[in-house]
Design a binder for this molecule. Structure first.
Ligand code: TMP
Length: 218
């Protein structure tokens, strides 16, 4: 039987470069001979990608916070069962762009829903699966939102930002504060990287944090 793979998640405020870093890290791990599944939340499965469209469409401005929470969790439950657990069980490593910490930060600290309830429902959606390591990319929220919206404009996709990006800076500041709070509670798992240098510099820092897992595997 193959050894269980590692589960790595990448988190951060809007425009922090998670997706770029997830891809760079996955490519790096593949060069190290690791079988990697790269995925994202919400999404990753056919059902999850449809839920993503509902969640991010600016047309759904009226979505109430508990409904938003349950939709993120529905996408997560599907993804854990269909993609993440089978991959880890087969010895593959999984790099996931956002996971449970995003729900704590956005729906808990951002929307103000009860943190303990979110912790419980996250557990229900994941069966208690916790990442081996979480990389938290940190950036000033105003800079991040500007970056995220202008990146999307290039692809004419939600040209003025998706439903979450359209929230005001106050919301995103609460999310960032939430992420810090989570990192201070679990400093061994959640490792904060300030996004001040170039993409390559951030990537090198990410790799330095992942290296201990590679050494243990050898
Ligand atoms: P992103 O994948 O482009 O970061 O978009 C996902 C958006 O959804 C982003 O604004 C963060 C938000 N989100 C939540 O609010 N809660 C969650 O549980 C997850 C996974 C994402």
């Amino acid at each position: 039987m193959s050894k269980r793979g590692k589960f790595i998640t990448i988190e951060g405020v809007e425009g922090s470069g998670k997706t770029t870093q997830a891809t760079l890290l996955s490519d790096y791990l593949r060069k190290e001979g690791i079988d990697v599944v790269e995925t994202r939340e919400p999404g990753g499965t056919e059902i999850g990608e449809r839920i993503r469209e509902v969640l991010l469409s600016p047309a759904h401005a009226g979505l109430v916070s508990p409904a938003e929470l349950f939709l993120f969790l529905a996408a997560r439950a599907q993804q854990v069962s269909e993609i993440i657990l089978p991959a880890l069980g087969a010895g593959k490593w999984v790099v996931c762009d956002r996971f449970c910490d995003a729900t704590m930060a956005y729906q808990g600290y951002g929307r103000g829903l009860d943190i303990n309830i979110i912790r419980s429902v996250n557990e229900l959606a994941t069966g208690g699966l916790v990442p081996d390591i979480t990389i938290l990319l940190d950036l000033d929220v105003e800079i991040g939102i500007r970056r995220a919206v202008s990146a999307k404009r290039e692809f004419a996709n939600h040209a003025s930002g998706d439903r979450m990006e359209k929230e005001g800076p106050e919301f995103h500041r609460s999310v960032r504060k939430g992420y810090f709070e989570l990192a201070s509670r679990e400093p061994d798992r959640i490792r904060v990287i300030p996004v001040s240098g170039s993409v390559e510099e951030v990537h090198r820092t990410v790799v330095s944090l992942i290296k201990p897992f590679l050494v243990k595997r050898a």
